[in-house]
Design a protein around this ligand. Structure first.
Ligand SMILES: Nc1ncnc2c1ncn2[C@@H]1O[C@H](COP(=O)(O)OP(=O)(O)OP(=O)(O)O)[C@@H](O)[C@H]1O
Ligand SMILES: [Mg+2]
Length: 336
């Protein structure tokens, strides 16, 4: 159900595939600071695919197919999808997916961080924006305009309004004129700040949502990597405890567990107990009961410990566990 991946590369960091650009291809820089305006990523196509919802996976699969069979589309008088806007909370894979997409298309990804552009003097940010876009337009690539809401955020400062309007106009034109040799992506955590005129211009809107339990479980397995066996008995509990969290939150927590186990600073059972105890604090009463029931059924923890971890009384735990699973309220049953 997830995009096909190459298991033999599991856990390998995204690697540079080619040597840095030759001088005539040097990345554009800010005139004053000499800092590069674009970040370049050139990854091999055998990267493990990001975990994506089935709908998203299909959308991106179609985009890749269109690019790979662009000639057929052109022969039919059509053009492949040129642009897309990625929307979603932090840590759900917007940047990762842009990188993966470029690797699948065999082209580099250039990332323009609009917050960085906007933090330069406004007079310069227009030039910087144009220089970055011109560079990207001249070669087959994926260009990601990261944090595209940065321009909108700046709007509060009255004195800048004229210049900001010009910047928005530049972007609007660029999206319209973007050549089909490249893919123009934008990413935002704040869709409500995006100018409707800009919004309309993207061919695709790709929504990244907090993962469903099945994807959470998959992420736990992936992030555990070679330590999976050690934590296997906790996977269902962790899947429950991580609900509503982003992939990057899950990844960070699991890396912490793995480091502690590698250094022998804490046994897995202590790590998990401490973690779920902290997570239980953010659950409502029913959530804590569900967690207690899961712990009672899947672990050898005593009712006393479970009560201590979840804050659910032993009486309640007993009530919910002695009568079997039928007692777990119906609407909750899927989430465990
Ligand atoms: N869909 C995913 N599949 C696998 N790993 C993921 C996924 N999403 C996030 N991660 C993990 O979290 C890290 C951060 O993700 P990423 O930078 O792509 O998030 P983002 O959506 O771009 O967040 P932000 O809005 O903060 O820029 C990734 O490097 C990866 O380790
Ligand atoms: Mg990002």
């Amino acid at each position: 159900m997830f995009l096909r991946s190459k298991p033999h590369r599991t856990g390998a960091p995204l690697r540079k595939a080619v040597t840095p650009s030759s001088p005539e291809q040097a990345l554009p820089v800010d005139d004053e600071s000499r800092l590069s305006l674009l970040k370049e990523f050139t990854d091999l196509p055998d990267q493990e695919a990001p975990l994506l919802s089935p709908g998203l996976e299909e959308m991106l699969g179609q985009l890749i197919l269109e690019r790979k069979q662009a000639e057929r589309l052109v022969a039919a008088g059509l053009v492949p999808t040129r642009s897309a806007i990625f929307v979603g909370q932090p840590g759900l894979g917007k940047t990762l997916t842009a990188r993966w997409l470029a690797s699948q298309l065999g082209v580099p990804l250039y990332v323009l961080d609009l917050t960085a552009v906007m933090s330069s003097l406004l007079g310069r940010s227009g030039n910087n924006l144009r220089a970055a876009l011109d560079f990207a337009k001249q070669r087959p690539c994926v260009l990601l305009l990261d944090e595209i809401d940065a321009i909108a955020k700046r709007r509060s400062d009255d004195s800048d309004v004229g210049e900001l309007k010009r910047l928005v106009t530049v972007i609007l034109q660029e999206v319209d004129e973007w050549p089909s040799t490249g893919v123009l992506l934008a990413a935002t955590n704040h869709p409500e700040l995006i100018d409707p005129a800009l919004w309309r211009r993207f061919d695709l809107v790709v929504e990244f949502k907090t993962p469903e339990p099945v994807a959470v479980k998959e992420a736990i397995k992936r992030f555990l990597g070679p330590d999976f066996a050690l934590f296997a008995r906790w996977v269902d509990i962790l899947t429950f405890a991580f609900r509503g969290q982003s992939f990057s939150d899950i990844g960070r927590e699991i890396q912490r567990f793995r480091r502690a186990v590698a250094l022998g600073t804490a046994p897995d059972v202590d790590l998990i107990e401490e973690f779920i105890k902290a997570r239980a604090l953010s659950l409502d009463r029913q959530g804590r009961i569900d967690m207690a029931v899961l712990l009672a059924k899947q672990t050898r923890l005593s009712q006393h410990s479970i009560s201590d971890i979840t804050g659910v009384s032993r009486d309640t735990i007993r009530k919910y566990t002695t009568d079997g699973p039928a007692v777990v309220p119906k609407k909750r049953r899927r989430e465990g």
